[in-house]
Every structure is written in structure tokens, then in C-alpha cells.
Write a protein that binds this ligand. Sequence first.
Ligand code: AMP
Ligand code: MG
Length: 318
Amino acid sequence: MSIISKDIQKAVALLTNEQLVAIPTETVYGLAGNIFSEKAIKSIFSTKKRPFFNPLIVHVPSVDSLEGIVTHIPEKAKLLATAFWPGAMTLVLKKSKKIPDIITAGKDTVAVRVPNHPVTLELLRQLPFPLAAPSANPFGSISPTKPAHVERYFKDDIQMVLDGGACRNGIESTIIGFENEEPIIYRLGALALEEIEAVVGKINIKNKEEISPNAPGMLARHYAPKTRTFLVDDVASEVKKHLGKKIGILVFKQSLENTSLTEVVLSKNGSIQEAASRLYDAMHTLDSKNLDIIIAEKFPESGLGNSINDRLQRATFK
Ligand code: AMP
Ligand code: MG
């Protein structure tokens, strides 16, 4: 029997009973548990095989629910929350004592977000506790953007995927931390840098080496298919280097029109938004076709193109 269901009351019951439920968000599906249940939180880590040094994002129904969870909200965090919540932005703020150390990997900060998905907002409103919800995939593999992706990963491990359809944004949230009250990007994501800068001015991106202990979402190889993947500017020339292999192609808008290749065009209209929302589903599809290699095309380096390139880069073998 399928574990996919639209029954919010069933999700409420399971979560209240310290069980895990996969939940829809606008970014990717999350593997959710009660932040105050040690049993649920431990089972998030064991189900995902996620290392304990990798902290979890806490999901709340509104900015008001942060009371008691964080001890301080910098002015620019308030501006960002007003501008983008509910939405694909995670803020890392000073944590209150109530937040268990296992959620934050022992840090004195906690990552929080108000997700923009009607089903999960309704669920969060009905629950008397926030939900910790990392992406609902085994550690290091491709994030799920459809209920079926989660079911394939975890049908033997969890009782329910709350069905909210395909994720609209399709890549993880943009994570923003604060140093001396000033925002700094910890992870590029579904909310473009340019949109954030329009609200708080120029903002720095913490470099990958520096950040890795802080934001393991930044680990070099992450979000990865099992099939060996290359990221290049010129897909056609790369194809010529691999003649005789079974090749999968992931391109932005322009088909190579080569019938010997298994190809996914992410957005025929050239919409970056559409490409982002379809990216992981395309990676899941290509990864299931027993190909020798996948060749992905680099995106234009602006807006969401940067976030997509970041994920594609992490999907490649170094
Ligand atoms: P996921 O929910 O799997 O997309 O990943 C959650 C990510 O949030 C982690 O991998 C970290 O990169 C980031 N994160 C969570 N909590 C913190 C924190 N306290 N400080 C910095 N980054 C955090
Ligand atoms: Mg993840």
C-alpha cells in the first residue's frame, strides 16, 4: 500500500505520537518530526543516515511563533522575514535554551523558516510544536520534489508522505546567518541573491571552505545522482569525448536534437524558475535510466542560475 496521503489529520496524529511524516514545502519535501521529541529527532538522523554534526531547520507557521525559539532577531532579519516569509528563505538566529542541542548540532544558533505551502502551513497551525524537517532524502542523495521520490527512498522507514503535489520552487531554501547584526549568505537557494539585496543591500556569501563546518548543506559533494555527472558550458563538445557511452543530457532550454542521447530540457521557454523547479526531478529521472554518464549544462550566472549551478556543481564527481 502506498504511504502517500492527503490526510492532514493523520499527519497530526503521527507527529503528535513522535513519528516522522514527510511534508511538502515549496522548496523540497522535508522529513519532519516534533522538535521537542528526542525520539523523533533521533529517528530523522537515523532514517536519513545524516551525521549529527549537520543541524536541522526548524519550521514554524508564522514569524510570531519564533517567540521562545530564538532570543534575538536583528533588524535586518525582521526586514527579511517581513519581505519573504512565508517563503524559501531560512534565517539562522541565536537560539533559546528550549531548543534541544541535537537540533542545532550543539551550536548556539538555530535555523528557522516559515515554509510557503498551504498544506504544511495548515499542518503547522494545528500542531502545538514546531517541526524539524531536513530534506526527505538519504544524506548526500538527490533531494525529493515529488511524493513519489520520497516513497522510493523511505517506504520501509516511515508511515506517511503528506501529499502536497510537486514542489513549486524545487531547490532548497536560501540560508542567511548574521554576524554583528549583518546578514551573510550561508547557502544559495530558491530565493535569489538579487531579491535579498533589494531588501537589505549588498550581502556577502560565506565561502565554501569556511562555511562547511557551519552549513553542511555546503558539503562539496551533496545533492548527487549515483550516475557520474559532468557540468560543462558546451554540452555538444563534451558528448564527443564520450562516444560509445550511454549518455544522459541535462540542458537549460535548447535541445541537442540527437536521438542517441537521453535528454531532459529543463525549460523550453528559457524560464530559470521553471528550470529550478524541474531540476531534481530531471536528476531523479536520468539517474534511474542506467546511463554511463550524465552531462549537465552550466546555467547563466545570475539570479537563480547561480543557485542551480551550485547544486549541479555538487552533483559532479571531483
Ligand atoms: P537541509 O534541511 O537538509 O536542506 O539542510 C539544513 C542545512 O541548514 C544544514 O545543512 C546547514 O547547512 C544549515 N543550518 C542549519 N542550522 C544551522 C545553524 N545553526 N548554523 C548554520 N547553518 C545551519
Ligand atoms: Mg538536504
